[in-house]
Design a protein. Structure first.
Length: 212
């Protein structure tokens, strides 16, 4: 007679514990899902920026770090360093992008070089003027220019070049820092964003185009 109420009481306690555990698990899962959804939101990013030590890294910075790792044998310099270099008349500035990209805008004084140019063709074009020169290469974010720099830097240095430098972050970072750009001899603040995916790395989307 005394065992049945005790068993019912134990079952009741066990049921409540099971329900509590299930509710806790559901809360954790829901909270995790919500946190995941908010992680990429502007509000979440703004919150992280305000913490100081936990600031969100700009996506372009992550790309720059990856390029530096992939092309560790190439010298990289940020826009401020490149701007100082460009004050030297013995610098050759090369834009390693397609003609359509170059036509939208480019760094002042840049000469366009096709990204897929043969190494022999490149050296045939530039080794005669390499003596005492520093070559600065850039593209959209630094991948194409780093790839070309890695292929041609030994030949340029053998021809007397002082060095070969890639603009870290490419024209996107240059544009994000609101530095000078030109098109058809006139100043512009428009940049070619390569495509919709890579173009997200441009801060001022109203100043970024795929085609003019």
């Amino acid at each position: 007679m005394t065992q049945r109420p005790l068993l019912l009481k134990m079952a009741d306690v066990t049921g409540r514990r099971t329900a509590a555990v299930a509710l806790f698990a559901a809360t954790v899962i829901a909270g995790g899902a919500l946190g995941f959804l908010l992680a990429g939101s502007p509000a979440a990013d703004d919150g992280r920026r305000e913490t100081g030590t936990n600031r969100t890294m700009h996506p372009l910075t992550k790309v720059e770090q990856s390029v530096r790792q992939d092309y560790a044998g190439v010298q990289h310099a940020d826009p401020a360093e490149i701007e100082r270099l460009l004050a030297d008349p013995n610098v050759v500035l090369l834009d390693v992008r397609e003609a359509a990209e170059f036509g939208v805008s480019h760094l002042p004084g840049a000469v366009r070089v096709d990204p897929g140019v043969w190494t022999s063709s490149f050296l045939g074009r530039f080794d005669g003027q390499a003596q005492g020169k520093t070559f600065v290469l850039y593209c959209s974010v630094g991948v194409r220019s780093s790839r070309l720099a890695a292929r041609v830097q030994d030949g340029l240095k053998a021809a007397g070049a002082r060095g070969v430098v890639n603009l870290s972050g490419g024209i996107f970072r240059w544009h994000n820092e609101q530095r000078s750009l030109m098109t058809e001899g006139q100043p512009t603040d428009i940049v070619h964003k390569y495509d919709e995916g890579w173009g997200r790395l441009v801060d001022r989307q109203d100043k970024a185009v795929v085609n003019r």
